[in-house]
Design a protein. Structure first.
Length: 369
């Protein structure tokens, strides 16, 4: 296993030391010795968690695998008025109610493997809850920095898992600055893309989608995007499966959807930019998308280009009603991120970018709290 910087391209070999950002300040991506070699599908069919894909994940001793039963969530066909072969991937079925559990399962397991005693991160909500839950299981201290505007339901869930909670500002960017100002020696930073293993956990969603579709790729994956680990992780999985010979056919087009309340990625894509600018205006009620300065912005934009995908901005004023609509129609209890996703799906179908009979997967990322 080795690491390659997503910006400068520098490489580093795996060691027992904890790994954060590249020396240039940009995220590292995990690469494996088995890449570019055709292999039979190596899956633990008896394991109904994301660890069924352990053969394509960082190697963690079984005693340090921290699991709460995350992964292998349902993939169900969903009726729609556009003639699309639409599938909903319901990530609300994860242990703490969101897809963040996937990333934290790997990040906390690797932290445990490498002897980390305490972690820290800023969060807009769900990531903090997941980090606290997995750290409690691992016996690792968690220090979670949240905006003061966080709803009480998220705050109480984070505290429930014995996290040390700190409140500051109105966004995850404010909480992140507060963390940097107060971070103590020995606290390992597992913020979005500031260590490489959350992406490895998130990529299992891509492996599951292919397996649940009968080992084929969808035509497109449409995703409500904040920090980007889900989008990045799934694209990484699809490429790995193609390289391994696990799946034939064309790779999916990746779609990023953001609210007009916080749209650094979609606005950059629409403007033809190669990097994102800090979003300093409004905020969105879809808390997981309220990431005004994603460190992986350029990485996400490259994925959208490489996949032949797109990014789209939807109106913040329509998010609440769209969320209520999709929850009622599909018997879900999903958060506002789902309303953003549904508005994007509707817009792309009406524009003809998504066409009848195409297979489209729409992950529902978190539960309404």
């Amino acid at each position: 296993m080795r690491f390659i910087c997503t910006d400068c391209g520098n490489q580093a070999s795996f060691s027992d030391d904890v790994v954060g950002l590249c020396t240039c300040g940009f995220p590292l991506e995990v690469h494996y010795d088995w890449e570019d070699s055709k292999q039979h599908r190596n899956i633990d069919h008896d394991d109904q968690s994301l660890w069924r894909y352990s053969a394509v994940l960082p190697q963690v001793s079984k005693s340090n695998r921290i699991t709460l039963g995350e992964g292998f969530t349902t993939l169900s066909q969903a009726e729609n008025g556009w003639g699309i072969d639409l599938y909903i991937k319901d990530e609300t079925g994860n242990p703490t109610g969101s897809f963040k559990d996937r990333g934290m399962a790997l990040a906390v397991s690797m932290a445990k493997e490498q002897g980390v005693q305490a972690i820290c991160l800023p969060s807009a909500g769900n990531a903090g809850i997941a980090a606290a839950a997995y750290c409690r299981k691992a016996g690792i201290q968690s220090h979670v920095f949240l905006p003061q505007t966080i709803p009480n339901s998220y705050l109480h869930q984070t505290e429930r898992y014995a996290a040390n909670v700190y409140l500051q500002g109105n966004s995850i960017a404010d909480a992140g600055k507060h963390m940097l100002d107060n971070k103590q020696d020995g606290w390992f930073d597992i913020s979005t893309l500031k260590e490489p293993y959350r992406v490895e956990g998130k990529k299992t969603m891509g492996y599951e989608i292919a397996e649940q579709l009968g080992w084929r790729f969808p035509d497109a994956v449409i995703y409500p995007t904040g920090g980007g680990t889900g989008l990045i992780g799934m694209w990484k999985a699809f490429n790995e499966m193609k390289q391994l010979g696990w799946v034939d056919g064309s790779l999916p087009r990746m779609v990023c959807v953001q609210s007009s309340g916080c749209a650094p990625v979609s606005s950059a894509f629409e403007a033809g930019e190669s990097s994102t600018q800090f979003w300093d205006s409004d905020i969105t009620q879809a808390l997981g998308l309220n990431v005004p300065g994603p460190i992986g912005g350029a990485w996400m934009l490259r994925i959208l280009d490489d996949s032949g995908g797109t990014a789209i901005t939807v109106s913040e004023s329509d998010v609440a009603s769209a969320t209520a609509d999709i929850n009622a129609k599909h018997n879900l209890n999903a958060s506002y991120e789902t309303g953003v996703l549904w508005l994007g799906l509707e817009k792309l179908a009406e524009q003809g970018w998504l066409k009848a009979n195409q297979t489209v997967v729409a992950p529902i990322t978190g539960v309404h709290r």
